[in-house]
Each structure stands twice: as C-alpha cells, then as structure tokens.
Design a protein around this ligand. Structure first.
Ligand SMILES: [Zn+2]
Ligand SMILES: [Zn+2]
Length: 465
C-alpha cells in the first residue's frame, strides 16, 4: 500500500534522474534531491495519520493487557483501512473533535512531508554512489539503467520483507512516533493509574530499551519520568507504553524505580512527552541538518509556516494537503465565473495556499479555498469559496502593483473590504463575513477601525441610521 506507492515513486524518479544524466552528462552531480512527488507524500501522510488513530484507539481499549506493535502485522492492518474509512472510524469511536483531528492530521502531514523529502535526498545520494561505484568497476550508465525495478530498490535498501532498511529505519520510526503520540492522546482522555513500558526483547533491542523494559519500568500516570521517556526512544525503536487501570494489578506489581544511568543513553530528539511539548511532528535536529545539506530546508519551513499559522488563527480552512477533486475544481471555476472572474486567472496548485500572485497575475488555488467544515467559529475559516475568490480578485488583483507591501494588515484589510463592496453576486453572508474579515485583519495588527457607513450597513442592516 503506502510502501508500494513510495517504492514505485522512488524507482520512477531515480530512473528519471539517471535518464537526465544520460542525456546531459554531469547533471546528476548538480542534483541534491529528487523532484517532489505529492502522491508519495500523501501515501506517507495517510500511513502516519492512521498510525496515530490506531494509537488512540488502542489506548482506549482499557482491558487490553499487552500491546503488540512490532512486526508488519499491525502496519498492514492500518494500511488496509482506506483513508476515508479511517476518518469515519475516528469520528465514530474516538473522543477527538473534528478541529483537533485536523490539527493532528496537519502535523502528521508535515512530518510526512519532511520524511518524504529527506528520503528523496537520501535515496538520490545512495543511487549516485552506487552508480559511481559501478562505473569505477568498469560499468556504464546504460548498464546501470538496465537494472530491474526490484534490483534498483534492492540497492537503495527499499526491497525485501518489510520493505528493507529504509522502511525499517525511516518509516518505522515515524509510524511509531505517530502511534505512541496517539496513545498519549488516548490516555489523556481516560487517565490510567500508571503506565508501563513494553519492549520487544529480541536481539534488535537496544541497551536503553532493555534496561527500561526488563523488568519494565512502571511509574504513575503524570510522573515526570514520562516527560523524558515517551517512546520511541531512538531510531527504529519498537518500545511502547501500556496503561494500568486496575489497582489490584499495582498491588501485585507495584511502581518501580527508574534504573540508574539511563540518562546517558537517551537519543537526541527522542523521548519527549508528545502532548505538553507538542513537538512530536516537528523536525528533529538530525532531520534539519540533512534538509540543509539537500537544500530543502526552506521548502520544509514554508510548509511548516502554513501549518503553524493556521493554528495561530484559531482554526483553519481545509488542509492544503487534501487534494481537490475534479468536481471541486469545476465548482471553484463556476463560483469564479458567477462573480465575473475569467477562469484564465485561476491556477490550481496542490500543497499550496490560495493567494493572488502579483508577478504571475494569477490566483493560485489550493485546497484552503474551501472552508474547514469543522464547526470552527473563526470567521476566516467560514468564508465561502466565492468570498475568498472575491477577496483575491476584487481585493488583490485589482490592486496589482500596489505600494502597500503584500501580506500586511492593510493590504488584507483593503482586499476584503473592496471584495465586499465591489464583487457582484455575493450573498449577504459573504459580504458580512468579508467585512468581519477586514476588521479582524486590523484587529490582529492591533489597529482599531472606525466603521464607515458601508460597513455599518453590511454589519447591522439597511435600517442602520
Ligand atoms: Zn527502543
Ligand atoms: Zn489576501
């Protein structure tokens, strides 16, 4: 499922890069990362989100005594659930509001984007070094290109049972992170008496996890130990936590002490309790170093900014990572035409925030053109597609080349105000929300606006005197 989507995407893009090198020798050495593939990012994101849901769900099954999340079985289970079903399942069973859910899924998507892009860099690097090696041994590029997909994947560490080295190290770690974050969220909802670390005591277990799970550390729920030792505790870690709800169980096997000297084994960037710190989804220091080396740090930061800004706005519109369907695109075009916008100005763009580009004189349309539909009470989240289009066209486009810097409060204020005033065929609610948006933009910048007659009329109705 997501593994095969990722593997196919990698093979296709590696071949693309090698063919490019065949056409223009030397070009490969200038590339640091494969071109992004949104399908692979989405497949990775849905795997992480499902792992998170599964973690929440498992943590709520109070009577469950042992937690198994080691070998491929559970990953297969999550993967078998189609994404929409996973969502529906979430809404029916789990105590997470739609708004919370979207926040979580945005974070998981950010992590997926980061992991996918870093993998794109790692794998290109690997492919390059295999190519160099085979040329040094007397081979040629065209011979290298004759390798089958399976051979190529094998050299890159993406083949074999369980998906190979990459799957184990990179994806497994992130799946475990999402899963254990889900568990923490679930426990917050139904607080246990204590928690216990559960490890897998085979030859792959690290010294740290062995010392923490044989015998298992049990500490009260809320104990400060959990702030620093929330699994995963290192790359490829398979340790997890289970909850103890039954006082009798604690009588039999009471709270244990923390083994001495474990501090020195803590892996950097791991172990922090995911709920208080809310950093489980963020770039680890090691990820950041690689992102800088591959020249994709600014790309990652851009995506991060979109996510964190949306949180600052206290709610959000539709996630830009959920692609628009063909029907939705047609709907957007119809809405644009209804208010006199020629569709030649519209450019649909995945993973991109909606906005007007002065340079291109186009309105880029991302999935956030749609309201969030998550009962958000934030006005901006509830602007209709038509109102947003009016803001971009009658607000920004008509002021193309403006002296007011883009993105400042007064640029945005003017855009929403003029949209409310000048766009044809808006509903009363559209105009009302656009005026509220204009006022919000000012308020967010600490500016108080004295309402003029037009604003009063829209806000309070025609009878206003
Ligand atoms: Zn471990
Ligand atoms: Zn704007």
């Amino acid at each position: 499922m997501s593994h095969s989507v990722v593997a196919n995407s990698v093979v296709k893009r590696i071949r693309g890069a090698l063919l490019l090198e065949e056409k223009s020798p030397g070009i490969l050495s200038t590339l640091k990362v494969l071109p992004a593939d949104i399908k692979a990012v989405n497949a990775t994101a849905s795997l992480f989100i499902k792992s998170l849901l599964l973690g929440i769900d498992h943590s709520l099954q109070k009577k469950q005594n042992s937690v198994k999340f080691d070998d491929s079985i559970d990953i297969e289970d999550i993967e078998e659930l189609p994404f929409e079903e996973a969502l529906e399942y979430m809404q029916k069973r789990l105590p997470v509001s739609a708004e919370e859910y979207y926040k979580l899924s945005d974070k998981a998507r950010f992590r997926a984007f980061t992991v996918a892009r870093l993998t794109d860099g790692d794998l290109l690097k690997k492919a390059k070094s295999f190519l160099e090696k085979s040329i040094a041994e007397g081979g040629t590029l065209s011979e290298f290109l004759k390798k089958t997909d399976t051979e190529l994947l094998g050299e890159l560490g993406l083949a074999g049972k369980g998906g190979g080295w990459y799957w184990e190290n990179v994806y497994r770690t992130n799946v475990q992170t999402a899963y254990n974050t889900g568990r923490a969220i679930g426990f917050e909802n139904v607080k246990p008496l204590a928690l216990e670390l559960v490890g897998i005591g085979d030859s792959r277990q690290t010294e740290l996890c062995r010392s923490l799970t044989q015998p298992p550390v049990r500490r009260p729920y809320g104990d400060e130990f959990w702030e620093l030792y929330w699994p995963p505790l290192h790359f490829s870690c398979r340790t997890t936590v289970r909850a103890i709800y039954d006082p009798a169980e604690l009588e039999e096997e009471p709270i244990t002490n923390i083994p001495d000297g474990i501090e020195k084994h803590r892996a950097k960037g791991f172990g922090t309790y995911p709920i208080d710190s809310d950093t489980w989804w963020d770039e680890l220091p090691s990820m950041k170093r690689r992102a800088v080396a591959y020249g994709i740090q600014s790309e990652i930061e851009k995506v991060r900014k979109i996510i964190t800004n949306r949180q600052m706005a206290n709610g959000m519109r539709r996630s830009i990572f959920i692609p628009l369907t063909e029907e939705e695109k047609q709907f957007v075009i119809k809405e644009a035409e209804a208010i006199g916008i020629d569709k030649k100005y519209l450019v649909f763009k995945e993973n991109h925030a909606t906005g007007y580009s002065d340079e291109r004189n186009k309105i880029f349309i991302g999935s956030d053109i749609f309201p969030s539909n998550d009962k958000s009470t934030h006005n901006r989240d509830n602007l209709s597609v038509r109102a947003v289009l009016a803001h971009e066209y009658y607000g920004h486009k008509v002021n193309k080349g403006t002296k007011i810097p883009q993105g400042t409060w007064n640029d945005e204020f003017r855009a929403s105000y003029q949209a409310a005033k000048n766009a044809p065929n808006l509903t009363q609610e559209d105009r009302y929300r656009l005026i509220l948006d204009a006022l919000d933009r000012a308020k967010e910048a600490g500016i108080i606006i004295e309402k003029n007659d037009f604003m009063k009329e829209i806000l309070y109705g025609k009878s206003y005197d």
